[in-house]
Write a protein that binds this ligand. Structure first.
Ligand code: SF4
Ligand code: SF4
Length: 146
């Protein structure tokens, strides 16, 4: 049995934990929370530190200092952050007791499958600095997460 099927998230080694990330970049998209319902929406607006082409953070080591709202995932606090993650994120899927999809690199054996499945944000994301007013963020909602 594969480690992600036999272990719970808090039981994984640091290497296993890191290997779960498929590099889609979706967690670096801005989210909006409805004040009345608490529902969370994902927008197509990316954090300015995301390299949209590679879907990698340009300042990964300093991300929590540079971007206070950056979601630094920890193995022990899934209940806290789970609802802020995209529905296809491996951490959210496993945290909800689901399995990894066929296109996940650990299953397919290649990172190319993430791109082929249309999961990477590089095809549609745009940098936050290009949006002039924060009130306009609502126009860029692509998905409700809850
Ligand atoms: S959404 Fe999840 S799988 Fe995708 S880059 Fe972020 S942490 Fe990794
Ligand atoms: S600081 Fe880096 S990891 Fe955090 S949201 Fe921005 S691009 Fe993503």
């Amino acid at each position: 049995m594969n480690f992600w099927q036999s272990k719970k998230l808090p039981e994984m080694t640091a290497e296993e934990w890191e290997a779960l990330c498929d590099g889609c970049g979706q967690c670096c998209l801005h989210k909006l929370e409805d004040e009345d319902t608490g529902q969370v929406a994902l927008t197509s607006i990316a954090c300015d530190l995301l390299n949209i082409k590679t879907c990698r953070c340009r300042r990964y080591g300093e991300r929590s200092q540079l971007v206070p709202e950056c979601l630094v995932l920890q193995q022990h606090d899934f209940a806290e952050y789970g609802r802020w993650l995209p529905k296809t994120c491996a951490y959210r899927l496993l945290g909800e007791g689901k399995d990894l999809p066929e296109w996940h690199p650990l299953v397919s054996g290649t990172t190319e499958s993430v791109k082929a499945a249309g999961m990477r944000v590089s095809g549609y994301a745009l940098k936050a600095s290009r949006i002039k007013r924060s009130e306009d963020y609502e126009d860029y909602i692509i998905e409700w997460l809850d």
